[in-house]
Design a protein around this ligand. Structure first.
Ligand code: NZQ
Ligand code: ZN
Length: 385
């Protein structure tokens, strides 16, 4: 295992029906001016907004609303949130939503305290923001695990780049399955597939021998696969959904990453696909994963072969390592089909117009077993059409 220091700052409040009580207890610790951040309005339709407003009012908070945070949040939206936070002397940001709202606020929190443009600061000067407005998250759409880390994926429309920026950790995250029951099933499945992808992308990093983090990771992957199937069978299964929420959090709270350099090459490719097409993140990953993984052979065969056995329950009987590795990718592709995620870019309504630009602008990751050339990433994308 590689050297590491582990310290974890996010307090997690988890449980069915706990949201109001947990939030009321946490809000006492912060100043009065609260920025309430949410997305396109789902929380109003399903009653979460009213419940949260009631808690905020009872706590005597002055609420400024920051609404309309879109899926794949833009840099312009971050800037408008930061301006709102400054104008209203915000003491605390409450993010209520999925990964998009949660990510957007991490950078609002940093940008509001930073006098220069944060994109330039991080990408131009290699800076790391140090001052933040404190934040809490109430998760209404799970899968990304974004509430557990301080990385945010932001679409810079001017630069045509969907890239990670570093912001604040949340002080607390409320994970109440009751607040997720109204998620559209398509979002539940694409979100849970995102969690599976995070686990796989962590596992596929280096060093390539299997360590303790990887063994926990294998259990996480098995759990996600089982609970996606259970949720599809019975959408009201709160036990299955609760486990998916916690598995999503486990995949992104750093535990599985200890002692490793992660891979995340598929994510970098999907993010650029998102920069050019504004597509759904989990769906994009579902299309790209099998094809990218076939291109990671034979370098990745050892890890793929172990996943075949430990996660997908494939028998080793008479199989070579390469055959097992292939069987893993076949099982993954069959699962994606079984749970009715898209399997081609065409299924997602994406044509081949921008594929060259997407391949060229994709970040290459240090932990990936292979250094992809532009040409090979383009082949991956073309195979997905
Ligand atoms: O916008 P509203 O109207 O709220 O509707 C949302 C949105 O349309 C809806 N929704 C949320 N809660 C709901 C609900 N609908 C009904 N009932 C509820 N309780 O769900 C839709 C999707 O929400 P969104 O937040 O966009 O999805 P997700 O959680 O998948 O987040 C995607 C974003 O997270 C980034 C992705 O790149 C993408 O931008 N990621 C962030 C990561 C991180 N910071 O660690 C890791 C991931 O790899 C990912 O890249
Ligand atoms: Zn993801």
């Amino acid at each position: 295992m590689k050297k590491f220091t582990y310290q974890y700052p996010v307090k997690v409040c988890f449980g069915d029906g706990i949201a109001k009580t947990a939030l009321a207890a946490e809000l006492e610790k912060y100043g009065n001016n609260v920025l309430l951040a949410y997305g396109g309005g789902s929380i109003k339709k399903v009653g979460i907004y009213d419940e949260i407003m009631e808690v905020l009012k009872a706590a005597g908070k002055n609420v400024t609303e920051f609404s309309g945070i879109m899926s794949n949040p833009t840099y312009a939206k971050v800037q408008s949130g930061a301006a709102l936070a400054r104008e209203n002397e915000i003491d605390f940001i409450l993010a209520v939503g999925g990964g998009s709202v949660i990510d957007c606020c991490k950078i609002v929190s940093a940008q509001a305290k930073l006098s220069e443009d944060i994109w330039n600061f991080e990408y131009g000067k290699g800076g790391q923001p140090k001052e933040f407005i404190p934040m809490g998250a109430v998760v209404t759409a799970f899968g990304t695990g974004a509430e557990m880390n301080n990385g945010a994926v932001i679409t810079n429309e001017e630069k045509k780049q969907k890239s990670p920026l570093w912001g604040a950790f949340y002080d607390f995250a409320v994970l109440d399955v009751g607040y997720t029951m109204t998620m559209p099933m398509k979002q539940v499945i694409s979100g849970a597939f995102d969690s599976l992808s995070h686990s796989m992308e962590t596992y596929m990093g280096s060093p390539r021998e299997i360590n303790y983090s990887d063994e926990i990771n294998e259990a996480t992957q098995r759990n996600i696969i089982r609970n996606i199937r259970a949720t599809l069978k019975n959408p009201d299964d709160r036990q299955a959904r609760s486990e998916l929420i916690w598995a999503a959090a486990m995949a992104e709270n750093g535990m599985l990453k200890l002692g490793k350099v992660t891979d995340f090459q598929c994510h970098m490719l999907e993010h650029q696909l998102g920069a050019y097409t504004d597509c759904n993140h989990g769906q994009g990953l579902a299309v790209l994963h099998p094809s990218l993984y076939r291109h990671m052979m034979p370098e990745a065969n050892k890890q793929f072969a172990r996943l075949a056995v430990e996660v997908w329950g494939i028998s080793t009987d008479g199989k070579t390592e390469a055959e097992l590795a292939n069987a893993f990718i076949d099982a993954l592709a069959a699962f994606i089909k079984e749970i009715e995620l898209p399997t081609t870019l065409t299924d997602m309504g994406i044509d081949d117009t921008d594929l060259e630009a997407i391949a060229k602008t994709t970040i290459r990751t240090g932990g990936c077993v292979k250094k992809f050339t532009d040409e090979e990433l383009l082949s991956v994308l073309k195979e997905c059409v």
